[in-house]
Structures are given as structure tokens and as C-alpha cells.
Design a protein around this ligand. Sequence first.
Ligand SMILES: [Cu+2]
Length: 267
Amino acid sequence: MKIGKLKAWPFAAVPVVLLAAMIIARAQAYDVVTVTGGGAIEGKIVFRGTGPTRKIIPSKDVEVCGAPREDPLIEVGPDQGVQNAVVYLAQIEQGKDWPPPGKPAELDNLHCRFVPEVQVIRTGPLVIVNSDPVLHNAHGYYDRRPLFNVALPQEGQRIPTEVPRPGVVRIDCNEHGWMLGWIYAVANPYYAITGADGKFTIGDVPPGEYTLIIWQAYIGEAKRKVTVTAGKPTELALEITSAGELKRLRQRHAARQRERVLVAKVA
Ligand SMILES: [Cu+2]
């Protein structure tokens, strides 16, 4: 796949069928229908250069939590692919069926990390698990609005809870201030999360025009228009570029934190 450079924040996009659109996502009903002649949205998200990191110094339970380390804020693979970015068609009202239901989504506490650190789940049940022999206390928030507060004093403990609405849920732990996890809850099955190569595919999309949401925990959210044609893939190459751009990203990230509070108030 060829990746061109187009300076559009925060992702540069090729081909240029994409325009930024500021649409506030609303929870909406989703109807399962038979999709004929669906197309696919395929792509790769890349970051040029070395991604930012944060220093983590476990200050308690070090026998379980481990030694100080640098954790990536953007997980960049050897071929510059960005892992654990979410792509999602938030506005689609009908289409393909959900994947077969397996066991409810889980959020594990393992070696004082949330595992998986980033996951996409269908709105509904979530089981919080403690695999460590130390107390964890998982706090989940939509923006800054509390969603759950679950104490897990025992190893092997499993506590069911709920993620009732679509949106980004940030999880932290009262006991270990550095623990940070993310759940992206969706209202329809048109989503993907990038693998270690940064690639994603969303299949069986009814032909039409959509707004694709691209989200990564550190960078936040971007939206792009995308046109899906029957029976053929629409290819997107999304790029996060230079160090200077990253500085602007950080400033916008801080600004967005403030915006999120305003959005939460009108939601
Ligand atoms: Cu903890």
C-alpha cells in the first residue's frame, strides 16, 4: 500500500476521499438485516518515528507489579504500524449481524496491568477479573463520569458489571495509580482494532457514505468521510507524522480533555 503525505490533523489520509466532519455520536438503535453487495473498508494506520512513552515506577506490590519501565503511549510496530487503534462506523443504523456471542468480555488485572489494555466490546456485560494476589480497585469512567468502582481484594476474583452505553471507557486503579486501560464500547458490529501491523478491515458494509471514527488512546479521536462501493474494498492509509505534529497533538489532547467535560454535560 502506498502512503502519501497529507497534512491533515491528526491523521493524513490517502486516497483523499475523506473530509473531517464533526458529528457528535449519539447512541442509536441498530437493526440486523441481510447485506448484499457489501464492500469493505481496509487500511493501515502508521506512525513515523519513535512513539512517545511514559515512565512507570511501581511504588507498591513490586513483587507482583514489577520493575520500573517505559510504556509506549502509541504502540508502534517494526513496520511503523500502530497497534490498538480502533476504527468504527458509529452512525450506521442497519447491516450485518454481530459475531456469534462468546463469553462476556473480560478485563483482567494481571501484574498490575489491565489486560487487554485496549479492547472493543459490544455494549453490555463485562467481567472484571483479578489474577494478582494483591488488591486492585478498578474504576471505570465515561469521560469523567463514573461508570463502575469495583474492589477486587482476592486473587481469582471475578466481578460482573455492565458497560451500558457506547463510548470510550477509561479504567484506572485506586491502588496502583499508573494502571490505565481502555474499553471502546460499540453499538454496532462495524468496528475493528488494529493488530501489530497497524492494519484493519471492516467487512460487509452496505454501499454508501459513512463517517469513519479513528481512535487511539493517546491521540484521541479523528473522523473521516468514507465512501463504500459494492463488492470492492475501499483502502485507506492513515498516517500520524512528525515530532512537531506530535507536540500539537499533545496540546490538542489537553484541549480535548476540557472539551470532553462540556460534551459530557450536554449528552
Ligand atoms: Cu491495581
